[in-house]
Design a protein around this ligand. Structure first.
Ligand SMILES: [Zn+2]
Length: 270
């Protein structure tokens, strides 16, 4: 199996990958409560698996290397249920910034931030908005359940989208870490949390709330119809969706410059 893990390689191997213009994936995740039946590592474990499989799949097109998972994320909304470790927004951005700068100093130019935790989404997009115009590298962000949304909706029986400690996450953990999943009460712990309504106000307003606002036991969704077989399919499809993003030349292409004669202002990265 092709090695894709940054931390398992030797320095000269990573120098060679930079020479070959390899894509670098930084998986970002969380350590946070995942209901009464799943361990707190879910987002970190799944994010790592998806990134490694995506890197191997896309590796036929161009080399891809995966840094260790940035396991500390933004999980304040899960703190009330215990077991959760969280960073401040400022620290999260600074860690991500310093990792990106270290990676670009080695000569890598195409970096994918591959996220597996909903609470990190806004911060990652904000980070890219701020950072991309300042560095000589292309930063791309995705979340695998969104990248594979259409396929996931067709497979999942009780939900359309990824929720939390739900049919999808429980299935994938059954496939990867079966001894860590407590299946004794899976048919009794469903919580109809109604998607992300805990972050909504009015028709289009946004407000922060803790996850305890919408769930009694920390999960959102119904893990009753979870299975390892379904989990393996979800992981493979999620990894293939991320690999397709990496393979697509448009993902990394320089922005067009449609400025006409006499309309040029400041230069930007080509
Ligand atoms: Zn999760």
């Amino acid at each position: 199996m092709t090695e894709v893990a940054w931390d398992r390689m030797k320095a000269q191997e990573l120098r060679a990958l930079a020479e070959k213009n390899a894509v670098v994936i930084i998986p970002v995740a969380s350590i946070e409560q995942h209901g009464p039946h799943l361990p707190v590592m879910v987002d970190t474990r799944l994010g790592q698996e998806i990134a490694h499989r995506a890197a191997r799949k896309a590796g036929d097109a161009r080399p891809v290397v995966v840094t260790p998972v940035m396991w500390a994320g933004l999980s304040e909304h899960h703190m009330p249920f215990g077991g959760t470790l969280t960073l401040s927004h400022e620290t999260f951005r600074m860690v991500l910034r310093d990792l990106v700068l270290a990676i670009t100093r080695h000569g890598f130019r195409d970096i994918l931030i591959s996220n597996s935790h909903g609470g990190n989404i806004i911060a990652c997009q904000q980070f890219i908005d701020e950072m991309a115009p300042q560095i000589d590298a292309t930063l791309v962000f995705t979340c695998y359940p969104m990248e594979a949304q259409e396929e996931y909706a067709a497979i999942l029986e009780d939900q359309e989208t990824m929720q939390h400690a739900c049919e999808a996450e429980t299935s994938m953990m059954m496939a990867l870490e079966p001894e860590l999943v407590d299946t004794s009460e899976l048919d009794k712990i469903a919580q109809n949390a109604g998607g992300p309504k805990f972050l909504k106000a009015g028709k289009a307003g946004y407000r922060w709330r803790p996850f305890a606002h919408v769930t009694a036991n920390g999960l959102a969704g119904n893990p009753a119809r979870s299975s390892a077989e379904k989990g393996e399919r979800l992981i493979e499809i999620g990894a293939e969706a991320v690999a397709a993003l990496i393979r697509d030349p448009e993902t990394w292409a320089a922005p067009d410059d449609l400025r006409g004669e006499g309309t040029g202002g400041v230069p930007f990265r080509r």
